[in-house]
Design a protein around this ligand. Sequence first.
Ligand code: AMP
Ligand code: GLY
Length: 426
Amino acid sequence: MNVLLVGSGAREHALAWKLRQSPKLTDLFVAPGNAGTAALGTNLPLKAADVEGLTKAAKEHRCELVVVGPEDPLARGLVDRLAVEGIAAFGPSQAAARIESSKAFAKGLMKRHGIATARSAVFSNRTDARNHIESLSEPPVVKADGLAAGKGAIVCYSKEQALRAIDLLMGEDSAFGTAGQTVVIEEWLGGRELTAHAFTDGRTTLPMPFSCDYKRALDGDEGLITGGMGAYSPPGWLDAETAGRIDEQVTKAAVDGMMAEGTPYRGVLYPGIMVTPDGPKVLEFNCRFGDPEAQVLLPRLKTDLLEVCLAVANNRLHELEVEWSAQACVAVVLASGGYPEKYRTGFPISGLAQLEEDVMVFHAGTALADDGSVVSSGGRVLTVAALGDTLTEARAKAYHNVQHIHFSRCHYRRDIAAPAQEARVD
Ligand code: AMP
Ligand code: GLY
C-alpha cells in the first residue's frame, strides 16, 4: 500500500520511521519532509497547507492512506477534501479539528460535557476583554482563539501584562492575525503538566501512555515558550487513579461529546493536562500527535502503526489491540542557537551515523546540501530519542548520544527528564 505522510518535523520523521516498519507499506511519500524522511521515502516539494496539491499528489501516487502530522492541514479541511476523492485519511475532519483550531469551541465542548478545565470567558470585543481583566482578582492566562503555532497562550504575572496581551492579540496590527481576534481569558492553574494522547475512530478510544514535554527554551523552565525542547514517557510521578480519571473523564468524554454533537473525532486526540491539587484539568486539546511527544511515544509502540492508522480511518479500532513497550523513552531536541527567536541555518551536521542501539535521531529542520550532506534548515533541528529499561537509563543514553552530534550554535536543554524534575513535589 502506498501512503502519503504530511509534514516536515521530527514528529513526521518518527511517523515515517514507524510506518516504514510495516510489511503492508509499499511506497512512502512525504510532503514536504526533511533530510531524515528522504532516507525512508520520497519527499514531495509541497507545502503542508496546500490542500489541493496534496490531494492531487495522493491521487497521482495512488496513495490509499494519507497520514496527517500537523494541525494546519487538518484545520484547512484536508481530510474532508480527501474523502471527496475516496482516499482514507488518518486525522480529524475540519469540523472535528476545531477542538484545536478554536479554543472557544474547545471550551464550549468541555462545558457542555462536564470536562474539568480552567474557568474562562471568551471575548471578541477588546473593551469587554479589558473590562473583564480589570474585574479579576488574579492575573489570568490570555489565549488567542485560533491556531498560533503554539505561541498563542500568554501566562500573565500581573493584570497590566494581561491588558498588554489583549492589545497584542486584538490590536490593529495583531501579532496573530485573525487567530487573535477572539480571545479566551482563563484562570491560571498551578500543578504539573502532562500530555495525554489517544488513538480514536470516534467510537473506540485507546489511550496511549502518558508523556511530559518541556515547552520553555532554557534549563529550569526559563526562557521563551517553544514548540517543545524535549520529552519523556512514562511519567513515574503520575498515580493510577489520576491516570484513569484522565482517560475516562477527559479523553473518552471528549470523544463521546464530539460524537454526540454530530462531529465524530477520528485520529489522535491530545489533551494537554494540568494535574492540579483539585485533580486533572484540561489546558487545551490538540488534534494530532505532539512534537516532541511523538518522538517518545512511537518508539514505545509495538503494534504496526499502519494497521492502527487504517483501523482508525476505517472505523475498525475495536478490532485492534494496541501494544506498548514497558521501556521508558527520553527525547532531547537539538535546536539552532537563538530559537525560538532569530537563528541562523545552513550549518553542516556531523555525527549522525555514530549512534548506539535503541537510539533514534529524528530530523526536523534539516535539508540535503548539493553534495548530499545534511545541513540545518530550521529552528528545531533534530530530536535524539533513546529507549531504556528505566527513565534514568534512557536519559543517560539520550544525552550520551547527543554528544556525538555537532553543528554550529547547537542549543539543547540539559535537564530533560532530570531526576530532580521527575521527583519534584509541588
Ligand atoms: P496552550 O497553548 O493552551 O497549551 O498553552 C501553552 C502553555 O501555557 C501550556 O502548555 C501551559 O504551560 C501554559 N498554560 C496554558 N493555560 C494555562 C493555565 N490556565 N494555567 C497555567 N498555565 C497555562
Ligand atoms: N509539544 C507540544 C505540541 O506539540 O503542541
